[in-house]
Design a binder for this molecule. Structure first.
Ligand SMILES: Cc1ncc(COP(=O)(O)O)c(C=O)c1O
Length: 374
């Protein structure tokens, strides 16, 4: 009997949430309204009571955070080349210049040992990324930011539910940005949230979220700032409300599955495994780096034939032509380039069974053994 296709990720949406979404659809109010407010209150409770505003993407959150931090033309922002392209695109969007710092090949996150050398008088902010949910060392990060007078916009798109030294990511720090895209640990189908460092930023944040509009009284309206169209809908927010109730259970199951991968993935295949962090990481992804003899495209195709989905997260950003045209070139960030060419995301999502992990490990072993023999 052929087994059903195993995707690399799949959201778990329960019947209560589906019924709740139907209720919103029938309510007569489907764009931003009471469900957005409820979702934001729940998010804030997850983030130690800090102010949180929801958005329609984790890209919009980053862009708004940069604007709130006063980053614009003539400024530089330091980030990692090994991320979803959104991380760097938002820097261009506000007219600033991205400055990349290579990753640590073990954590695959920005190498904090190299970061300070990239700071110039034009540097205004740092955008660290917690790839696959493994947090960047927040103690070292904020030590550098404070000593050098830089703002931090944590791109924690993948790190909702991750922790640093017992504290939830989002419950401390400067700006913290989350994504609720369909693949994330908690989803709203598309969406995001921005944790603000200070409640005084709420009015400016809300203006930037919706066309710069400020309403007063029954009929007053004023626009003094150019804002975007970044508000979350109540339909999406209701999905988020239902998802949040499962956060701890989802994270625990992801952690169990990651442990199983460490037990069962054949260590003699020449693959690099992720850092085995069962304290801080929310295990957003389980990513291996394939050995140099293996062509990633062939591995993905063979795994698909075996009924298993494998993802690519991510090619190094500076090698995209948009970035090459800005002067970036091959060889500048060798760790990110090598990892970006060989990284492969294996299936990991809460509804997976232990037997699914065995299936992925067995298929990987068979395919990689055969490739390595050739
Ligand atoms: C690291 C990182 N940054 C930013 C984003 C952007 O989030 P969104 O897709 O919600 O705009 C994502 C989501 O894919 C991401 O993984």
């Amino acid at each position: 009997m052929t087994q059903p296709f195993l995707p690399f990720t799949r959201p778990s949406i329960d019947e209560e949430t589906i019924a709740g979404v139907v209720e919103v659809l029938r309510s007569g109010w489907i764009t931003s309204g009471p469900k957005v407010k409820e979702f934001e209150a729940s998010l804030s409770a997850c983030c130690g009571g800090r102010p949180v505003r929801s958005f329609n993407s984790g890209t919009a959150t980053l862009e708004v955070a940069l604007r709130l931090a006063g980053v614009g033309p003539g400024h530089e922002v330091i980030t990692t080349p090994l991320s979803w392209v959104a991380t760097a695109n938002v820097i261009l969007e506000v007219g600033a210049r991205p400055v990349f710092v290579d990753v640590d090949p073990v954590t695959r996150n920005i190498d904090l040992d190299r970061l300070e050398a990239a700071i110039t008088p034009a540097t205004r902010a740092l955008i660290p990324v917690d790839l696959a949910g493994l947090p960047v060392d927040r103690d070292r990060l904020y030590d550098i930011a404070q000593r050098r007078g830089l703002r931090v916009i944590e791109d924690a798109a993948q790190a909702f539910g991750s922790r640093w030294k017992g504290r939830t990511i989002g419950s401390f720090g400067d700006f913290v940005s989350f994504s609720f895209h369909a693949n994330k640990n908690i989803t709203t189908s598309e969406g995001g949230a921005l944790v603000l460092p200070d409640a005084s930023l709420i009015p400016a944040c809300e203006k930037l979220r919706l066309q710069g509009v400020v309403r007063t009284g029954e009929d007053g309206m004023e626009v003094d700032t150019l804002g975007g169209k970044f508000n979350l809908t109540d339909v999406a927010a209701r999905i988020g409300v239902g998802q949040l109730r499962h956060l701890d259970e989802f994270t625990a199951r992801r952690r169990e599955l990651a442990r199983l991968y460490f037990e069962r993935f054949d260590r003699d295949l020449g693959c690099e495994l992720p850092v085995a962090d069962f304290v801080n990481s929310n295990w957003h992804m389980f990513q291996i780096v394939l050995p140099p003899q293996v062509k990633r495209g062939d591995f993905i195709a063979r795994m698909r034939e075996a009924g298993i989905g494998v993802g690519v997260h991510y090619p190094a950003i500076h090698l995209f032509s948009l970035y090459r045209n800005l002067g970036f070139r091959e060889g500048q960030f060798p760790h990110a380039e090598r990892i970006g060419r060989a990284i492969a995301t294996l299936p990991l999502f809460p509804a997976m069974t232990d037997a699914d992990v065995d299936r992925v490990c067995a298929a990987s072993r068979a395919i990689l053994r055969e490739t390595l023999k050739k």
